[in-house]
Design a protein around this ligand. Structure first.
Ligand code: FAD
Length: 404
């Protein structure tokens, strides 16, 4: 007589961004790790915090976008270039767009976030994003075109004065070198509402020096092929009014949306569509599923109010990077039936790129701005690039370029 088949003992990771790839690499560090499969549709990992430097040509694409096959070679992690369409949590199988159906023992969902245009008319159709290599190429050819065919009063609108909008506006202003005016549109009363005061002040100065026009209390009402319509809500007694401006392009950086693959049965999510999980990153509703990165919404129903339970961690690479070793450990513990450990986020500070060759940072009680901060930021990110051999290759390239 045959019994039930033994439960699968492998780990499948869906999404090869900061949460997924770094968890795979952390699993590979364990001496006796289970079989690991990473499913990711792109052939290259993208180190998003350095995307601005790729745009401006300060860094090269092989440096910030290494290939998965070379990152994972010899590490005991398999990579499948495919997209997961559906996760069957009862049968413990993933189904891919390429038609595969694969079993898992434990599964990590790390499909990240996408930009959210909040159903503003025309925004999806007419605005550009800033999250991928294709976005960088589109913006580079736009900038080349602006310079090659100058027109009077050319404008580029950047929507959202969070970190991405501010950093992008500074780089674009430097790249445009006077050939276009950069308008930075923010619906709130100030730029960088979540940032440290020092970085916010440095960012405001960097924008002023580059003549970037910051419009706060301004909502985008519609985006057309070469126009943007704004609803302005000034402070005080001035009545709200609408204005339509001619623009060469609209770059949308405001807001995040979450669209993980379909999971059956449907898991518990927060109001933004992120997967609710415990402080150990295991989904509340599915004991074999874990979440990582932007998509994870850690929430501890038993936490004492006011005490850290992981739920206050922001959607950043820094958080995903710190989650990876804890999650890798928990995946192995979970397969062995051992108790899991909670993830606690340690806020290491904040760094911002503020134009070509400049940055601002606040970390460990130190504040620094200008070219020195730019070099420190680059060095800090060098140590965060995935895999020691890739870090060494990039460091060697920088040394070769260095002219004292
Ligand atoms: C321009 C920019 C600059 C940033 N700068 C900083 C910074 O300076 N500091 C910082 O801490 N954070 C920064 N962030 C935020 C940071 O990049 C994210 O928090 C981080 O990437 C989150 O990691 P993740 O794994 O959740 O998602 P991601 O890194 O976005 O990875 C998700 C992966 O999942 C894959 N995927 C999606 N759907 C599927 C599917 N169905 N099947 C298989 N794979 C799928 C995607 O292709 C992608 O590779 C920046 C973000 C952007 C866009």
């Amino acid at each position: 007589m045959q019994g039930d088949p033994a439960p699968a003992q492998n780990v499948v990771i869906v999404g090869g961004g900061f949460g997924g790839l770094y968890t795979a690499l952390a699993l590979a560090e364990h001496r006796k790790h289970p079989p690991v499969l990473l499913i990711e549709p792109n052939d290259r990992f993208l180190f998003l915090p350095l995307l601005y430097e790729l745009l401006s040509g300060e860094l090269r694409s092989w440096e910030i976008a290494p290939r998965y096959d070379s990152l994972l070679a010899g590490r005991g992690v398999a990579w499948l270039q495919d997209r997961v369409d559906r996760i069957d949590a009862e049968a413990q199988r993933v189904h891919t767009a390429g038609g595969r159906s694969l079993p898992y023992g434990r599964l990590v969902v790390a499909t990240g976030a996408e930009s959210n245009t909040f159903a503003v008319p025309g925004a999806d159709r007419h605005s550009l994003g800033f999250r991928s290599l294709a976005d960088v190429e589109r913006i580079q050819s736009l900038m080349a075109d602006l310079k090659a065919h100058p027109r009077p009063l050319q404008r580029i609108a950047v929507v959202g004065a969070g970190p991405t909008g501010v950093e992008l506006a500074c780089k674009l202003a430097d790249m445009a070198a006077g050939s276009a005016v950069i308008e930075l549109i923010e619906q709130g009363p100030q730029l960088l509402s979540q940032a440290r005061a020092f970085n916010r002040e440095q960012a405001a100065l960097a924008l002023q020096r580059r003549d970037v026009r910051l419009r706060t209390r301004t909502q985008v009402e519609a985006v057309g092929a070469e126009t943007i319509t704004l609803g302005c809500h000034p402070e005080g007694d001035t009545a709200p009014h609408s204005e339509t401006m001619a623009v060469r392009a609209v770059l949308w950086t405001a807001g995040l949306g979450f669209r993980p693959p379909r999971i059956d049965p449907a898991p518990a999510c927060d109001g933004r569509g992120r997967l609710l999980c415990g402080p150990d990153l295991r989904l509340h509703s599915h004991p074999h599923l874990f979440a990582a990165g932007d998509l994870a919404a850690p929430f501890d129903p038993d936490a004492v109010p006011g005490e850290a339970d992981g739920s206050a961690s922001p959607a950043t690479a820094q958080v995903a990077f710190q989650q990876a070793p804890v999650l890798a450990d928990n995946l192995i513990r979970s397969l062995r039936g051992e108790p899991l450990q909670p993830f606690r986020w340690n806020d290491l500070g904040e760094m911002m790129s503020l134009g070509i060759g400049e940055a601002s940072l606040t970390a460990a009680g130190v504040t620094l701005a200008g070219p020195a901060a730019y070099q420190l930021r680059r060095l800090a990110y060098l140590t965060r690039l995935p895999g020691r051999s890739h870090q060494l290759r990039v460091a060697a390239g920088w040394l070769a370029d260095w002219t004292p």
